[in-house]
Ligand binder design. Sequence first.
Ligand code: SF4
Length: 347
Amino acid sequence: MNKSLQNIVKPLLNWFDSHKRDLPWRRDNEPYHVWISEIMLQQTRIEAVMRYYERFMEALPDVKSLSEVDDDCLLKLWEGLGYYNRARNLKKAARAIISDYEGQFPGAFAELKKLPGIGEYTAGAIASICFDEKVPAVDGNVLRVIARVQASRENVLLPKTKKVFSEELRKIMPRHAGAFNEALMELGEHVCLPNGVPLCDVCPLRRYCIASRENLTAEIPMRAKKLKRGRKNLSVFILLTPDGRIAIEKRPDTGLLPGMYQLPNIEGFYTEEELFAILRDRELSPVSLSYTKEAKHVFTHVDWYMQGYTAEVNAPTERFLWVTQEELNTSYPLPTAFRKITEKSLC
Ligand code: SF4
Protein backbone atom coordinates (compact mmCIF):
# COMPACT_ATOMS: atom_id res chain seq x y z
CA MET A 1 0.00 0.00 0.00
CA ASN A 2 1.22 3.50 -0.83
CA LYS A 3 2.23 5.09 2.47
CA SER A 4 1.94 8.74 1.38
CA LEU A 5 -1.59 8.07 0.18
CA GLN A 6 -2.63 6.19 3.30
CA ASN A 7 -1.57 9.25 5.31
CA ILE A 8 -4.03 11.58 3.64
CA VAL A 9 -7.23 9.82 4.74
CA LYS A 10 -7.62 11.18 8.25
CA PRO A 11 -6.59 14.82 7.71
CA LEU A 12 -8.72 14.95 4.58
CA LEU A 13 -11.84 13.67 6.38
CA ASN A 14 -11.28 16.08 9.30
CA TRP A 15 -10.86 18.98 6.91
CA PHE A 16 -14.02 18.04 5.01
CA ASP A 17 -15.98 17.83 8.21
CA SER A 18 -15.41 21.50 8.92
CA HIS A 19 -15.16 22.86 5.35
CA LYS A 20 -17.79 21.05 3.32
CA ARG A 21 -20.16 23.31 1.47
CA ASP A 22 -23.87 23.22 1.98
CA LEU A 23 -25.13 22.11 -1.44
CA PRO A 24 -28.74 21.20 -2.26
CA TRP A 25 -27.88 17.65 -3.40
CA ARG A 26 -25.83 17.04 -0.25
CA ARG A 27 -28.73 17.61 2.11
CA ASP A 28 -30.19 14.10 1.89
CA ASN A 29 -27.76 12.02 -0.23
CA GLU A 30 -30.71 10.80 -2.31
CA PRO A 31 -29.30 8.88 -5.32
CA TYR A 32 -31.55 10.79 -7.73
CA HIS A 33 -30.25 14.13 -6.44
CA VAL A 34 -26.60 13.07 -6.45
CA TRP A 35 -26.93 11.55 -9.93
CA ILE A 36 -28.46 14.65 -11.57
CA SER A 37 -25.98 16.99 -9.88
CA GLU A 38 -22.98 14.85 -10.86
CA ILE A 39 -24.02 14.75 -14.51
CA MET A 40 -24.57 18.52 -14.51
CA LEU A 41 -21.22 19.11 -12.81
CA GLN A 42 -19.23 17.16 -15.38
CA GLN A 43 -18.37 20.27 -17.39
CA THR A 44 -19.75 23.12 -15.33
CA ARG A 45 -18.74 24.74 -12.07
CA ILE A 46 -20.88 24.36 -8.95
CA GLU A 47 -21.96 28.02 -8.88
CA ALA A 48 -23.34 27.80 -12.42
CA VAL A 49 -25.00 24.41 -11.88
CA MET A 50 -27.04 25.53 -8.86
CA ARG A 51 -29.83 27.29 -10.77
CA TYR A 52 -30.05 24.57 -13.42
CA TYR A 53 -30.28 21.95 -10.70
CA GLU A 54 -33.07 23.72 -8.84
CA ARG A 55 -35.08 24.32 -12.02
CA PHE A 56 -34.62 20.67 -13.03
CA MET A 57 -35.75 19.35 -9.65
CA GLU A 58 -38.79 21.58 -9.62
CA ALA A 59 -39.90 20.22 -13.02
CA LEU A 60 -38.73 16.60 -12.60
CA PRO A 61 -38.54 15.76 -8.89
CA ASP A 62 -38.00 12.02 -9.22
CA VAL A 63 -36.99 9.12 -11.47
CA LYS A 64 -40.59 8.52 -12.57
CA SER A 65 -41.19 12.08 -13.78
CA LEU A 66 -37.84 12.02 -15.61
CA SER A 67 -38.70 8.72 -17.30
CA GLU A 68 -41.95 10.20 -18.65
CA VAL A 69 -40.79 13.68 -19.67
CA ASP A 70 -41.28 14.89 -23.23
CA ASP A 71 -37.93 15.23 -25.10
CA ASP A 72 -38.35 18.92 -25.97
CA CYS A 73 -39.17 19.76 -22.35
CA LEU A 74 -36.12 17.80 -21.15
CA LEU A 75 -33.80 19.55 -23.58
CA LYS A 76 -35.30 22.90 -22.63
CA LEU A 77 -34.44 22.20 -18.97
CA TRP A 78 -30.91 21.29 -20.09
CA GLU A 79 -30.53 24.35 -22.33
CA GLY A 80 -27.31 26.19 -21.50
CA LEU A 81 -25.55 23.18 -19.99
CA GLY A 82 -24.42 21.77 -23.35
CA TYR A 83 -23.63 18.09 -24.00
CA TYR A 84 -27.28 17.34 -24.72
CA ASN A 85 -26.69 13.62 -25.06
CA ARG A 86 -26.22 13.60 -21.31
CA ALA A 87 -29.81 14.76 -20.87
CA ARG A 88 -31.06 12.06 -23.25
CA ASN A 89 -29.11 9.44 -21.35
CA LEU A 90 -30.65 10.62 -18.08
CA LYS A 91 -34.07 9.82 -19.47
CA LYS A 92 -32.92 6.46 -20.86
CA ALA A 93 -31.42 5.55 -17.50
CA ALA A 94 -34.59 6.65 -15.67
CA ARG A 95 -36.64 4.38 -17.93
CA ALA A 96 -34.27 1.49 -17.23
CA ILE A 97 -34.58 2.07 -13.47
CA ILE A 98 -38.37 1.97 -13.77
CA SER A 99 -38.44 -1.15 -15.98
CA ASP A 100 -35.49 -3.20 -14.66
CA TYR A 101 -35.24 -2.14 -11.00
CA GLU A 102 -38.91 -1.54 -10.12
CA GLY A 103 -38.24 2.19 -9.82
CA GLN A 104 -35.59 1.75 -7.09
CA PHE A 105 -32.14 3.17 -7.73
CA PRO A 106 -29.64 0.28 -7.89
CA GLY A 107 -27.32 0.56 -4.90
CA ALA A 108 -24.16 -1.15 -6.18
CA PHE A 109 -21.34 0.27 -8.31
CA ALA A 110 -21.46 -2.66 -10.76
CA GLU A 111 -25.22 -2.24 -11.35
CA LEU A 112 -25.03 1.53 -11.63
CA LYS A 113 -22.44 1.24 -14.38
CA LYS A 114 -24.89 -0.69 -16.54
CA LEU A 115 -27.20 2.34 -16.80
CA PRO A 116 -26.95 4.58 -19.89
CA GLY A 117 -24.67 7.59 -19.38
CA ILE A 118 -23.26 6.35 -16.07
CA GLY A 119 -19.53 5.65 -16.29
CA GLU A 120 -16.89 4.75 -13.70
CA TYR A 121 -16.80 8.21 -12.16
CA THR A 122 -20.55 8.75 -11.75
CA ALA A 123 -21.14 5.17 -10.58
CA GLY A 124 -18.36 5.63 -8.03
CA ALA A 125 -19.80 8.94 -6.83
CA ILE A 126 -23.35 7.58 -6.40
CA ALA A 127 -22.28 4.25 -4.87
CA SER A 128 -19.94 5.90 -2.35
CA ILE A 129 -21.94 9.03 -1.46
CA CYS A 130 -25.36 7.38 -1.25
CA PHE A 131 -24.47 3.82 -0.21
CA ASP A 132 -20.95 4.19 1.29
CA GLU A 133 -19.59 1.52 -1.03
CA LYS A 134 -15.79 1.61 -0.91
CA VAL A 135 -15.18 2.65 -4.51
CA PRO A 136 -13.27 5.70 -5.75
CA ALA A 137 -14.72 8.46 -7.95
CA VAL A 138 -11.86 9.95 -9.92
CA ASP A 139 -12.46 13.18 -11.81
CA GLY A 140 -9.99 15.85 -12.98
CA ASN A 141 -9.80 17.43 -9.51
CA VAL A 142 -8.99 14.11 -7.86
CA LEU A 143 -6.37 13.26 -10.49
CA ARG A 144 -4.62 16.56 -9.79
CA VAL A 145 -4.56 16.08 -6.02
CA ILE A 146 -3.31 12.49 -6.21
CA ALA A 147 -0.69 13.30 -8.86
CA ARG A 148 0.67 16.12 -6.67
CA VAL A 149 0.61 14.26 -3.37
CA GLN A 150 2.71 11.50 -4.93
CA ALA A 151 4.62 13.79 -7.32
CA SER A 152 3.57 11.43 -10.10
CA ARG A 153 4.76 12.35 -13.57
CA GLU A 154 2.22 10.14 -15.34
CA ASN A 155 0.15 11.89 -18.00
CA VAL A 156 -3.21 12.48 -16.26
CA LEU A 157 -5.04 12.68 -19.59
CA LEU A 158 -4.40 8.98 -20.25
CA PRO A 159 -7.06 6.44 -19.18
CA LYS A 160 -4.20 4.24 -17.94
CA THR A 161 -3.24 6.85 -15.32
CA LYS A 162 -6.82 7.15 -14.14
CA LYS A 163 -6.98 3.38 -13.78
CA VAL A 164 -3.75 3.22 -11.75
CA PHE A 165 -4.85 6.08 -9.44
CA SER A 166 -8.27 4.44 -8.99
CA GLU A 167 -6.64 1.19 -7.95
CA GLU A 168 -4.41 2.99 -5.44
CA LEU A 169 -7.37 4.86 -3.99
CA ARG A 170 -9.43 1.69 -3.78
CA LYS A 171 -6.85 0.29 -1.36
CA ILE A 172 -7.18 3.19 1.06
CA MET A 173 -10.95 3.81 0.94
CA PRO A 174 -12.22 4.39 4.49
CA ARG A 175 -15.59 3.39 5.93
CA HIS A 176 -17.00 6.83 5.08
CA ALA A 177 -16.18 6.34 1.43
CA GLY A 178 -18.60 9.00 0.17
CA ALA A 179 -17.19 11.72 2.44
CA PHE A 180 -13.65 10.74 1.39
CA ASN A 181 -14.46 11.03 -2.34
CA GLU A 182 -16.30 14.31 -1.89
CA ALA A 183 -13.44 15.67 0.21
CA LEU A 184 -10.91 14.88 -2.51
CA MET A 185 -13.08 16.53 -5.17
CA GLU A 186 -13.68 19.60 -3.03
CA LEU A 187 -10.02 19.95 -2.11
CA GLY A 188 -9.13 19.80 -5.81
CA GLU A 189 -11.73 22.40 -6.66
CA HIS A 190 -11.01 24.93 -3.93
CA VAL A 191 -7.49 24.35 -2.57
CA CYS A 192 -5.34 22.26 -4.89
CA LEU A 193 -6.04 24.62 -7.77
CA PRO A 194 -4.84 23.94 -11.32
CA ASN A 195 -2.25 25.91 -13.31
CA GLY A 196 0.45 25.94 -10.66
CA VAL A 197 -1.30 28.05 -8.04
CA PRO A 198 -2.49 25.62 -5.34
CA LEU A 199 -3.19 27.05 -1.88
CA CYS A 200 -0.70 24.77 -0.11
CA ASP A 201 -0.57 27.04 2.96
CA VAL A 202 -4.11 26.10 3.91
CA CYS A 203 -4.08 22.51 2.62
CA PRO A 204 -4.61 19.71 5.14
CA LEU A 205 -2.38 17.43 3.03
CA ARG A 206 0.65 19.68 2.94
CA ARG A 207 2.67 17.54 5.35
CA TYR A 208 2.32 14.52 3.09
CA CYS A 209 2.48 16.17 -0.31
CA ILE A 210 5.68 15.59 -2.27
CA ALA A 211 4.93 18.09 -5.07
CA SER A 212 4.41 20.87 -2.52
CA ARG A 213 7.55 19.95 -0.59
CA GLU A 214 9.72 19.77 -3.70
CA ASN A 215 8.20 22.80 -5.37
CA LEU A 216 6.83 20.83 -8.32
CA THR A 217 3.24 22.06 -8.36
CA ALA A 218 3.76 24.12 -11.53
CA GLU A 219 4.71 21.04 -13.56
CA ILE A 220 2.50 18.40 -11.93
CA PRO A 221 0.04 17.12 -13.01
CA MET A 222 1.57 16.36 -16.41
CA ARG A 223 -0.83 16.77 -19.29
CA ALA A 224 -0.26 15.58 -22.85
CA LYS A 225 -0.63 17.98 -25.71
CA LYS A 226 -4.19 18.82 -26.56
CA LEU A 227 -5.80 17.37 -29.68
CA LYS A 228 -5.81 19.62 -32.71
CA ARG A 229 -9.17 21.35 -32.79
CA GLY A 230 -11.42 21.76 -35.81
CA ARG A 231 -12.85 25.07 -37.00
CA LYS A 232 -16.15 25.76 -38.72
CA ASN A 233 -17.29 29.10 -40.15
CA LEU A 234 -21.05 29.64 -40.18
CA SER A 235 -23.32 32.37 -41.45
CA VAL A 236 -26.35 32.36 -39.17
CA PHE A 237 -29.70 33.98 -39.96
CA ILE A 238 -32.33 35.54 -37.77
CA LEU A 239 -35.16 35.41 -40.32
CA LEU A 240 -38.11 37.57 -39.28
CA THR A 241 -41.59 37.80 -40.78
CA PRO A 242 -43.39 41.19 -40.85
CA ASP A 243 -45.35 40.16 -37.72
CA GLY A 244 -42.12 39.32 -35.82
CA ARG A 245 -42.00 35.51 -36.09
CA ILE A 246 -38.57 33.90 -36.15
CA ALA A 247 -37.46 30.91 -38.24
CA ILE A 248 -36.02 27.87 -36.47
CA GLU A 249 -35.50 24.29 -37.57
CA LYS A 250 -34.75 20.98 -35.86
CA ARG A 251 -31.24 19.56 -36.14
CA PRO A 252 -30.75 15.90 -37.17
CA ASP A 253 -31.09 13.24 -34.47
CA THR A 254 -27.42 12.31 -34.73
CA GLY A 255 -24.16 14.27 -34.65
CA LEU A 256 -23.52 17.51 -32.79
CA LEU A 257 -26.47 18.90 -30.75
CA PRO A 258 -28.85 16.11 -31.89
CA GLY A 259 -32.55 16.94 -31.96
CA MET A 260 -32.04 20.52 -30.73
CA TYR A 261 -33.45 23.51 -32.60
CA GLN A 262 -31.27 25.94 -34.49
CA LEU A 263 -31.35 29.19 -36.38
CA PRO A 264 -31.08 28.65 -40.15
CA ASN A 265 -27.42 28.75 -41.15
CA ILE A 266 -25.01 27.88 -43.92
CA GLU A 267 -21.36 26.92 -43.77
CA GLY A 268 -18.88 29.64 -44.76
CA PHE A 269 -18.73 33.43 -44.70
CA TYR A 270 -20.26 35.51 -47.50
CA THR A 271 -20.85 39.13 -48.45
CA GLU A 272 -24.27 40.62 -47.68
CA GLU A 273 -25.08 40.61 -51.41
CA GLU A 274 -24.28 36.91 -51.66
CA LEU A 275 -26.40 36.10 -48.59
CA PHE A 276 -29.30 38.16 -49.92
CA ALA A 277 -29.10 36.19 -53.18
CA ILE A 278 -29.03 32.88 -51.27
CA LEU A 279 -32.23 33.81 -49.40
CA ARG A 280 -33.86 34.89 -52.65
CA ASP A 281 -32.87 31.59 -54.33
CA ARG A 282 -34.52 29.77 -51.44
CA GLU A 283 -37.74 31.62 -52.22
CA LEU A 284 -37.94 33.47 -48.91
CA SER A 285 -38.53 36.86 -50.60
CA PRO A 286 -36.08 38.84 -48.45
CA VAL A 287 -36.76 42.58 -48.20
CA SER A 288 -33.71 43.51 -46.10
CA LEU A 289 -30.59 41.95 -44.67
CA SER A 290 -28.09 43.40 -42.25
CA TYR A 291 -25.07 42.20 -40.33
CA THR A 292 -25.93 41.78 -36.63
CA LYS A 293 -23.00 40.39 -34.66
CA GLU A 294 -20.35 37.72 -34.55
CA ALA A 295 -19.83 35.04 -31.91
CA LYS A 296 -17.63 32.06 -31.20
CA HIS A 297 -18.69 28.83 -29.51
CA VAL A 298 -16.32 26.15 -28.31
CA PHE A 299 -17.36 22.48 -28.47
CA THR A 300 -15.18 19.53 -27.42
CA HIS A 301 -13.38 19.08 -30.74
CA VAL A 302 -14.50 22.00 -32.86
CA ASP A 303 -14.86 25.78 -32.60
CA TRP A 304 -17.71 27.51 -34.39
CA TYR A 305 -17.06 31.01 -35.68
CA MET A 306 -20.42 32.56 -36.45
CA GLN A 307 -21.46 35.73 -38.26
CA GLY A 308 -25.08 36.62 -37.56
CA TYR A 309 -27.43 38.42 -39.94
CA THR A 310 -30.97 39.64 -39.48
CA ALA A 311 -33.24 39.45 -42.52
CA GLU A 312 -36.84 40.41 -43.01
CA VAL A 313 -38.61 37.96 -45.28
CA ASN A 314 -42.01 38.08 -46.91
CA ALA A 315 -42.44 34.40 -47.78
CA PRO A 316 -42.08 32.19 -44.70
CA THR A 317 -41.51 28.81 -46.36
CA GLU A 318 -42.69 25.58 -44.75
CA ARG A 319 -39.16 24.37 -44.46
CA PHE A 320 -38.85 26.26 -41.14
CA LEU A 321 -40.93 26.58 -38.00
CA TRP A 322 -41.97 30.22 -37.51
CA VAL A 323 -42.29 30.94 -33.80
CA THR A 324 -42.84 33.97 -31.62
CA GLN A 325 -40.03 35.15 -29.42
CA GLU A 326 -41.91 34.00 -26.35
CA GLU A 327 -42.31 30.51 -27.82
CA LEU A 328 -38.60 30.48 -28.64
CA ASN A 329 -37.79 31.34 -25.04
CA THR A 330 -40.18 28.95 -23.36
CA SER A 331 -40.82 25.96 -25.62
CA TYR A 332 -37.92 25.28 -27.97
CA PRO A 333 -34.45 24.21 -26.78
CA LEU A 334 -32.03 26.51 -28.61
CA PRO A 335 -28.37 25.70 -27.88
CA THR A 336 -26.18 28.39 -26.31
CA ALA A 337 -24.21 28.71 -29.56
CA PHE A 338 -27.29 30.15 -31.29
CA ARG A 339 -28.44 32.10 -28.23
CA LYS A 340 -25.18 34.03 -28.60
CA ILE A 341 -26.53 35.29 -31.93
CA THR A 342 -30.07 36.06 -30.71
CA GLU A 343 -28.87 37.76 -27.50
CA LYS A 344 -29.36 41.50 -27.77
CA SER A 345 -30.43 41.09 -31.42
CA LEU A 346 -34.01 40.29 -30.48
CA CYS A 347 -35.75 42.61 -28.05
S1 SF4 B 1 -0.18 20.62 -0.49
FE1 SF4 B 1 -0.56 21.92 -2.24
S2 SF4 B 1 -0.09 20.65 -4.02
FE2 SF4 B 1 -0.27 19.28 -2.28
S3 SF4 B 1 -2.39 18.58 -2.32
FE3 SF4 B 1 -2.32 20.38 -0.98
S4 SF4 B 1 -2.77 22.12 -2.30
FE4 SF4 B 1 -2.27 20.39 -3.61
